[in-house]
Design a binder for this molecule. Structure first.
Ligand SMILES: [Fe+2]
Length: 575
């Protein structure tokens, strides 16, 4: 990148500060500084800051000062670079609430996925979302969502090449977002994402991966398309296989999954850890309120025995290098952005002070800045448009195809005999409805949810324009559909005519703009009422939201039918 004159001038002044000819704006002195390059904790260090950047790092505490120079004494404390969250999504919450709750965590840079609004409004949705990320008190980069769906009909909003290119060229865009590995091999859908990957590579940007369950030659064949990161490994072996193939392996420790306990053995090996990254992949309101953000993931890592210096590299320099940002971010060294954290001791990650571009944004337990207000057009709050529909009669005899929950997320195809009471036990209706107004519905059957009465519906479905309603009776299902249309989307649980609990998420039927504490309380109430009525999974809303994603095996659903992930065959109830 060519430096503009003003950028050059800024760096020239920075260099004068280092030489002692110009006073810095701020001096942080007497701290133990973590050097991300050598993994040393160096005692008795100072950082001199000018115009939001670092000019000098070292033992000299007494530079030229003027009346404006501010001095922060970090005696006995540890200095770290601001954290970088390398892969995340907004999870049911609006941008402002998210920013507000990220600031205390010490994350000063976020690489955000852009799937959710893109799903409903394509390019326009992504652009509005990006506008919301601009001018916030922390820094956002993003990846453009490839919008991988189960079948082509889930990809109708995917960006055309001419829509992709301007976004890809944006300096804040770091590449193409997660490409589900199964999708890259599909005939038509695969060609589309292969093209996107090569566009990103041409511009020296990243192709973000998603390789859940891939191994051996299939994994390598996928890697041939230029994919360089993956946040899906769940075992030590999977981490090692990907590291050996040159991946930047993002270990996920967030609300959807927590992989650290399963992969921690990797840290006992005599290998290079510089391609390991720690990410959340999204934190839900409960996670934010009860644990925190990436700070909580870091604390877990350290508690599980990851050496702190390796854990800190995983959320600073390693992420910066993966995204080609290390010339600006990820270290405390001259010429980098002054994103600095002060923590009490090496093993105690609880930021006492968070500095972003030389400005204190969090201190003494309080944020000193407010998130910028975001706005979205009215029509983005009216996205639950159900064309007329009729419930197809539920079959009551013969053999049928059902979807069975194997875990809270993984499903499989199961053929059952409806006349066999043991086989047809614990089964509810599962309706997939196109909610963007084109019509289209499919009624399947879901086993092992546990629901005993009423119906639950969601518009917050992953990777699809469909809403899902699970129910024991069609009357309750009608109530749920009606209520979701009234509140603009979210999650609703009803028994008969009565709404038992709900979580309104009116922005694109995906996000609530209420304060995090309220979101947490609403979701908790909803999930508790589902569990009280029989649902046996820990996070019932998540279990239903994911029934249509190609990211999780084995049988999924769309408004056309079930979809077998392995060969993308669209299947009906009939066997
Ligand atoms: Fe993700």
């Amino acid at each position: 990148m060519k430096a503009s004159m003003s950028e050059m001038e800024k760096r020239r002044i920075l260099s004068e500060v280092a030489l002692g000819n110009v006073p810095p704006d701020t001096i942080i002195k007497n701290g133990t500084l973590f050097n991300v390059f050598t993994r040393e904790f160096i005692k008795d260090q100072s950082i001199w800051i000018k115009d939001g950047m670092i000019a000098y790092v070292g033992p000299d505490h007494d530079p030229l000062k003027d009346a404006e120079t501010e001095v922060i004494d970090a005696e006995g404390m540890v200095l770290l670079p601001g954290l970088i969250e390398g892969h995340t999504h907004l999870n049911r919450t609006g941008i402002e609430e998210y920013v507000k709750h990220v600031i205390p965590s010490g994350v000063t840079t976020v690489v955000m996925e852009t799937i959710e609004l893109g799903l409903i409004f394509g390019k326009e949705g992504i652009e509005y979302f990006l506008r919301g990320l601009e001018g916030q008190p922390i820094r956002f980069y993003y990846t453009v969502a490839p919008l991988c769906g189960l079948t082509p009909s889930e990809e109708i909003k995917a960006l055309k090449r001419r829509e992709f290119l301007p976004l890809l060229r944006d300096p804040h865009c770091l590449g193409i977002g997660e490409i589900f590995w199964g999708n890259i091999f599909l005939e038509k859908q695969g060609e589309r994402v292969q093209k996107l990957a090569s566009l990103a590579l041409d511009l020296n940007k990243r192709v973000e991966g998603h390789t859940a369950g891939a191994t051996g030659r299939k994994l390598q064949a996928y890697t041939c398309f230029g994919v360089s990161s993956d946040h899906e490994p769940i075992t030590e072996e999977e981490v090692m296989e990907r590291l050996r193939l040159g991946y930047w392996v993002m270990i996920r420790e967030g609300s959807v999954r927590k992989e650290l306990p399963g992969v921690k053995g990797v840290f006992n090996k005599k290998i290079d850890f510089r391609r390991l990254i720690l990410v959340t992949d999204g934190i839900d309101p409960e996670g934010f309120i009860e644990g925190g953000y990436l700070d909580a993931s870091l604390r877990t890592a350290i508690k599980l025995g990851v050496p702190p210096e390796i854990a800190y590299q995983m959320v600073t320099i390693n992420v910066a290098e993966h995204f080609h940002l290390d010339h600006l971010l990820g270290s405390l060294s001259p010429g980098k952005m002054a994103d600095i954290l002060i923590i009490p001791s090496v093993r105690e990650f609880s930021p006492q002070l968070v500095m972003f571009e030389g400005k204190v944004i969090f201190k003494d337990g309080k944020a000193t800045v407010e998130p910028r207000k975001t706005t979205f057009p009215n029509y983005m709050f009216k996205t639950v448009n159900i064309a007329d529909h009729t419930f197809s009669p539920r079959p009551n005899k013969g053999k049928v195809r059902t979807m069975e929950l194997v875990t809270d997320l993984v499903t499989k195809e199961k053929i059952i005999d409806l006349e066999n009471p043991e086989e047809s036990r614990d089964m509810v209706m599962l309706l997939a409805l196109d909610r963007v107004g084109q019509g289209g519905e499919f009624m399947g059957l879901l086993k092992e949810l546990g629901l005993q009465r009423g119906a639950y519906g969601t518009t917050m479905s992953w990777d699809t324009i469909d809403m899902f309603i699970v129910g024991c009776d069609t009357h309750s299902m009608e109530t749920v559909i009606r209520r979701l249309m009234e509140i603009g989307g979210g999650g609703v649980y009803a028994i008969g005519d009565e709404i038992v609990s709900e979580f309104p998420a009116p922005l694109c039927g995906m996000y609530s703009l209420k304060p995090m504490e309220i979101l947490n309380a609403e979701i908790k109430k909803l999930e508790e009422s589902l569990k009280r009525n029989g649902v046996r999974w820990e996070k019932p809303c998540l279990t239903i939201d994911t029934l249509g994603t190609p990211a999780i095996p084995h049988l999924r659903i769309t408004h056309h039918g079930y979809v077998r992930l392995r060969d993308r065959a669209v299947l009906g109830l009939e066997v």
